[in-house]
Write a protein that binds this ligand. Structure first.
Ligand code: SAM
Length: 270
């Protein structure tokens, strides 16, 4: 595909390191029957090797379309159509991923989400995907390393925060490997990392009121240097914290996800 000028406002950093691309495809490990959806296929750096791997593993049973892609930049659509016409049928959704109903896109069977995401909207994309977690088997994303560190952080870590708790409540988060800026054109200013998210089955999440949980986590980390007694004074009482196994004189960064969920369920038991 002809190299186009990268659009900064769309977070365009195109992968060109064949070793890294192969590592990502191996981590995704497409299996026959998988229904893959790629966010931000760009010029096809991941799309083409993914399609080739799908063809290799599924052979004559390759589904049609073999892969769905969601791309916002209209200048990239013709190149993607060419890939679909020459390698294997692609379903091309020309849209802002944040407006795409992934549940509707999935239809009757679950999907696997992948993508080298535009970093400027990576958190909204993560939360959008989690809203559709019921139809998603797993997700493999390239993100800023700093974001992946926060997503996967454990209590007590300096980077454990709102993003860690909100994501880990709904998914198992695995940081897989680092990717240096030189793997992209143009190179981003930061290191990147590939992360795998495995959504937890709805029955195992156990949050009764998701809005209450989100509000509580936001308040707890909004003033992370304060004790929880102070940070959460408008949200719950010290007695409710104790009932959830939380010492009110503790700080949010030391509280694990299970205790945040327990507290939210005490605050909003219905
Ligand atoms: N997958 C390609 C690669 O690895 O070379 C491109 C990755 S680039 C980091 C991010 C891609 O997401 C770009 O193609 C960009 O146009 C696309 N993109 C940006 N914002 C988007 C949005 N809101 N919805 C869908 N795609 C978007």
């Amino acid at each position: 595909m002809t190299q186009l000028h990268a659009k900064k406002q769309l977070g365009q950093h195109f992968l060109h390191d064949a070793g890294i691309i192969e590592k990502i495809v191996r981590a995704i490990d497409p299996k026959p029957g998988d229904r893959l959806v790629e966010i931000g296929p760009g010029q096809g750096a991941l799309t083409v090797p993914l399609l080739r791997r799908i063809l290799a593993v599924a052979g004559d049973a390759t589904p049609s379309p073999a892969l769905s892609v969601i791309e916002f930049d209209r200048d990239l659509i013709a190149g993607l159509e060419h890939i679909g016409n020459t390698i294997a049928p692609l379903r091309i959704v020309h849209a802002d991923v944040l407006t795409v109903d992934l549940t509707e896109l999935a239809g009757p069977a679950p999907i696997r989400l992948v993508g080298n995401l535009p970093y400027n909207i990576s958190s909204p994309i993560l939360f959008h995907a989690l809203e559709h977690a019921g139809v998603i088997t797993d997700m493999h994303f390239m993100l800023q390393k700093e974001v992946v560190d926060r997503m996967a952080a454990e209590p007590g870590s300096k980077v454990y925060g709102r993003l860690s708790v909100m994501l880990q409540a709904y998914a198992n988060v695995q940081s897989l490997f680092l990717v240096p800026p030189g793997a992209f054109r143009p190179p981003p200013k930061v290191d990147s990392a590939v992360v795998r998210l495995l959504p937890r089955p709805a029955a195992r999440i156990g949050i009764r009121d998701t809005a209450c949980f989100a509000r509580l986590v936001k308040a707890a980390f909004g003033q992370r240097r304060k004790t929880l007694r102070n940070a959460l004074q408008d949200v719950c009482t010290p007695e409710q914290m104790e009932a959830a196994g939380i010492d009110p004189s503790d700080r949010a960064e030391r509280i694990d996800v299970a205790r945040f969920i327990a507290l939210a369920n005490i605050v909003s038991p219905s």
